[in-house]
Design a protein around this ligand. Structure first.
Ligand SMILES: Cc1cc2nc3c(=O)[nH]c(=O)nc-3n(C[C@H](O)[C@H](O)[C@H](O)COP(=O)(O)OP(=O)(O)OC[C@H]3O[C@@H](n4cnc5c(N)ncnc54)[C@H](O)[C@@H]3O)c2cc1C
Length: 463
């Protein structure tokens, strides 16, 4: 039998690790789930040539390959199991070019989103995708998952911010996709196909990114409280329907709000008293946070405020950017606050924005039916909800999967989707055909087979 690890070492030397701790870390991601068995090796690629050399070996010997960035994914997409070879692009962190005139950057895939944006700030530019994980996730991972974030409703998701990609295909060949121009429609849009492909079509080794100027003018932030989450969701839907475009618009249901305040050791600033235990006794307020930016920020915020108070919310507004950031920080603490409650299955459905109140109602019914706490936040500006199903023990209990299945069913019935930004990975595979239908799943499988005829790229993920 061929010693694949020896071949890898001969090709890329000390970039190969078989250290048990390194292999073990590659079995999981931030979903909290872990693959079974032990990966073959982890290659920490430092150059495009490393990735090509490793893919040539994997292709020839039909070794399954799991591409990996920072491993912050929430759908199990980067989890590597028995006998699988991990190619990490996390060490490829260079910014190769920042072009102020054409407002683009060329980067390696391993640079962290926040590090890139810090470098861009001095040029008055930014790369708009802003997942809440921006300080810990890679640009390559953001592209492979088509990551969203808090600012998507106004500034778009990752798909809107990528001009071109350099991709190593399954056989080790290098393909340059896309262009440096703002427009460009030559042939099929393979760049778009690659975005969100979760490591199943090729390995992203370079990206030409579309940048946008940092917004100027004031930032206005509204913190609003409502009696129920359905009322708060109705207000966010009304703000959208009124054609106001906040930079961020976030909803926190009462349980989510209470859990975060408790985690941050902040007093309950909402009307009503803080609960003794976030899971036992929810406070009586749902939270809507609206932030506007740019030249019209204050006027837009006042229009949003009028809608909120008309619909029964209690709200205050600030134009102090520090105070605004402090209010957003409460929302950004959602993930650690949930982890503090127990094991979490983080879900990620999206619905048309006008249907948000109905989706929140469905979540409450499902939570009551199964007796599972489901604190939920939503990027209300784009209809993307994150219900957090809390459980105990190492494995996700069947009742939690059943509740998750009902959440997906409810989202699809409202004209929504299984995943707004986290991807299918391994955790949502079983529901893929519910949304796409068997014929489309088959078409997508055939497309994958064209890119990856030997089926070695991230097998068992998505399909
Ligand atoms: C606290 C927290 C907050 C989060 N907030 C958000 C959020 O607001 N919005 C959001 O969208 N997500 C969010 N996420 C999820 C996660 O951070 C994103 O999915 C992120 O884009 C993953 O990047 P990564 O570098 O960690 O990729 P990984 O987790 O390593 O990989 C994710 C997927 O991309 C593939 N992949 C990675 N690198 C490459 C590459 N170079 N070439 C080909 N495929 C590759 C992997 O195979 C896998 O399928 C959050 C996660 C955490 C822990």
């Amino acid at each position: 039998m061929t010693d694949v690890v020896a071949l890898l070492r001969a090709a890329v030397g000390d970039a190969v690790s078989t250290d048990v701790a390194v292999l073990d870390a590659a079995r999981g991601d931030k979903s909290g789930q872990r693959a079974t068995g032990q990966p073959l090796a982890v290659v920490s690629a430092r150059t495009v040539e490393h990735v090509q050399a490793v893919m040539r070996i994997a292709h020839e010997h039909r070794v399954p390959v799991v591409p990996r960035g920072a491993g912050t994914g929430l759908s199990g997409g980067a989890m590597a199991g028995d006998g699988e070879l991990v190619i990490s692009t996390a060490a490829m962190t260079q910014i190769l070019e920042i072009d102020e005139a054409d407002q683009l950057a060329v980067v390696e895939p391993g640079i962290l989103n926040a590090d890139l944006n810090q470098a861009l700030e001095q040029h008055g530019l930014r790369w708009a995708p802003d997942p809440a994980s921006r300080t810990i996730s890679t640009v390559g991972g953001n592209i492979a998952t088509n990551a969203g974030g808090l600012l998507c409703a106004k500034y778009g998701v990752t798909r809107e911010a990528v001009l071109g990609l350099d991709v190593v295909l399954a056989d080790g060949s290098l393909m340059r996709l896309g262009h440096r121009t703002v427009k460009g429609v030559t042939g099929l849009d393979l760049t778009a196909l690659m975005i969100g492909s979760e490591g199943t079509l090729g390995i992203i080794v370079g990206a030409t990114l579309k940048l946008t100027p940092l917004p100027t003018g004031a930032v206005a932030t509204i913190g609003a409280y409502f009696a129920t989450i359905e009322d708060a969701a109705a207000a966010s839907a009304a703000i959208t329907a009124a054609r106001i475009r906040p930079a961020a618009m976030e909803l926190l249901d009462p349980l989510a709000l209470a859990s975060i305040l408790r985690y941050l050791e902040l007093p309950d600033s909402a009307p009503g008293s803080a609960p003794d235990s976030a899971l036992d006794r929810a406070p009586n307020s749902a939270h809507l946070l609206v932030q506007t930016d740019g030249e019209a920020a204050e006027a837009e915020a006042r229009a949003a405020l009028a809608i909120i108070t008309y619909l029964g919310g209690t709200a205050s507004m600030t134009t102090d950017p520090v105070e605004g950031e402090r209010m957003l920080a409460v929302r950004r603490a959602m993930h650690p606050a949930m982890e503090a409650l127990g094991q979490v299955l983080i879900e990620d459905v999206a619905v048309p924005r006008s249907r948000l109140p109905e989706m929140f109602e469905a979540i409450r019914v499902i939570s009551d039916r199964h007796g599972i706490p489901i604190p939920t936040v939503a990027h209300a500006g784009d209809g993307n909800l994150h219900p957090n199903l809390i459980y105990t023990g190492d494995d996700v209990p069947e009742t939690v999967w059943a509740a998750a299945g009902e959440l997906f069913e409810a989202a699809l019935a409202l004209g929504g989707t299984l995943t707004g930004e986290h991807g299918i990975g391994t955790l949502k595979r079983r529901w893929l055909a519910d949304e796409l239908g068997d014929a489309q799943v088959e078409l997508q499988r055939q497309i994958k087979a064209v890119f990856d005829p030997r089926g070695i790229l991230n097998p068992g993920k998505v399909f």
